[in-house]
Design a protein around this ligand. Structure first.
Ligand code: SAM
Ligand code: SF4
Length: 439
């Protein structure tokens, strides 16, 4: 009988993608996936450490899996992702039940690592950032029927924003080859994928010289010519590297969706400087203007941090002011969290939790009003939806607009996987209600 594996994934889309890569390696090595961790032979916890809360969540799950391992000592228990990379050997020392600590660039070595655990009962730490890159093996059929696919086009980050742990746990930037990305896209499409999101910490700095000089806009042009790929998205885009050539892609490429996630992080120039972001609020505003000139209907979403060390009341007001000027379609807002080993961790003038939470609630209140206002503007408009399946309540169909907003509407299940035209009737903060237009 096949050995069974279970992967619990936390954190960002990059982690989701890494879990898919690991799963394909495991299937190719003769294991089979199972949804129920109680009956798994191998359990891997894919962790995130970008903020303290994410880290706490990961350790609490690890505690539950350790309790399971005490009941079933034959289970192989491993931890992977950003906490694994950062803590390495410390984790094996602290948790005698852990068999494996798998770093962010060692996924491709899983098969030989599992053999060593099985044959020699070794406990293993594999956290080398310099050797391999996780070129995913393809397991034919793994993505079958997944309408939305993801391709990681690059690993790591070179930017060292002063608050961020990512460059330390994912290493330096390394772009994947054009040939790999195009063949991965074709493979996904052959399995039914119609929308592909290109992933990287800063996709704007993608560059490959293996088959001519290919930067990110050129890669987008190549992908946009692939047959049956309805929609292309990408994330994340760093404002300091958002070129005119990339902005023009929004004008020229028919299947590049009119949505960009462009984190601004703070609205005050002195905070942006301390964050080492490499742009000013004025540059950011100009970029948004250029994007809107290229594609007027483009949706703009962003990330923002409140309570960065030294953030004054005036700095915070500048952040609110920027939010009101730009009118983001949506915002992911976070309170600053100290990360071990980063430059910001060592800064003084830390902001109290109470003030951070107070500022966050003001900011989120303002954004809610803006999101609703922007969604209301869509009422009466016709939108193209890629139909994904049943809505959360299970009574309607659901899908997303080109600008990535959720729309629920009533129709026949046959539409799943297809493009449909709907008229927006009612708008809410988190979703839109539509009516199918018969073509
Ligand atoms: N590479 C992406 C970029 O630059 O936009 C984002 C990567 S990070 C995983 C996602 C978001 O987490 C960041 O945009 C930032 O807003 C937030 N973040 C990162 N470090 C943080 C910290 N120490 N405290 C609070 N939020 C943080
Ligand atoms: Fe972190 Fe900045 Fe790199 Fe994004 S660009 S991953 S925020 S260091």
């Amino acid at each position: 009988m096949k050995r069974l594996f279970y992967i619990a994934t936390m954190g960002c889309q990059m982690n989701e993608n890494d879990s898919d890569t690991l799963a394909q390696h495991l299937i190719n090595s003769g294991l089979a996936p199972i949804n129920d961790h109680e009956n798994a032979d191998l359990i891997m916890i894919n962790t995130c450490t970008v903020r303290e809360k994410a880290q706490q969540k990961a350790f609490s799950l690890l505690g539950r899996m350790i309790a399971l391992k005490k009941r079933r000592p034959e289970i192989v228990l491993g931890i992977m992702g950003c906490i694994a990379q950062q803590e390495g050997l410390n984790l094996l020392k602290r948790y005698p039940e852990l068999d494996l600590v798998l770093g962010t660039r060692e996924i491709g070595n899983i098969s030989s690592i599992l053999n060593r655990i099985k044959e020699n009962s070794e406990r293993i730490v594999a956290t080398d950032l310099s050797v391999t890159s996780n070129i995913p093996v393809i397991h034919d059929g793994y993505f079958h029927g997944r309408l939305k696919g993801f391709i990681s086009i690059m690993e790591g980050c070179n930017n060292f924003c002063s608050y961020c742990i990512v460059p330390y746990v994912r290493g330096r930037e390394k772009s994947r080859s054009v040939q790999y990305i195009l063949s991965q896209a074709k493979n996904l499409i052959s399995q039914g994928t119609r929308e592909i999101t290109l992933l990287g910490q800063n996709v704007n700095s993608y560059y490959s010289s293996e088959s001519g000089d290919v930067n990110f806009p050129k890669l987008l042009v190549m992908l946009s010519n692939i047959k049956d790929l309805f929609r292309i998205r990408f994330t994340t885009s760093h404002p300091k590297d958002l070129s005119e050539e990339l902005i023009n892609c929004f004008k020229q490429l028919h299947n590049l969706c009119p949505h960009i996630h462009l984190p601004f992080q703070a609205g005050s120039n002195s905070i942006l400087k301390m964050m080492n972001r490499g742009y000013s609020r004025e540059t950011y505003i100009d970029l948004v203007e250029n994007l809107r000139a290229a594609r007027p209907e483009i949706a703009i979403t962003s990330d923002v941090i409140v309570g960065f060390p030294g953030e004054t009341e005036d700095d915070f007001k500048m952040t609110i002011d920027l939010i009101e000027k730009i009118e983001f379609d949506n915002l992911f807002s976070f309170i600053y969290s100290d990360r071990k080993g980063t430059i910001a961790e060592k800064m003084d003038r830390k902001i109290s939790e109470e003030i951070k939470l107070f500022r966050l609630s003001i900011l989120q209140g303002k954004q809610k009003i803006i999101t609703l206002k922007k969604n209301k503007r869509l009422e009466g408009k016709e939108e193209e939806i890629l139909v994904e399946g049943l809505s959360k309540k299970g009574t309607q169909l659901t899908g997303r607009t080109l600008s990535n907003k959720v729309v629920n509407f009533s129709s026949n299940i046959d539409l799943v996987g297809k493009l449909a035209k709907v008229m927006i009737k009612n708008s809410y903060v988190n979703s839109l209600q539509g009516v199918l237009i018969n073509n």
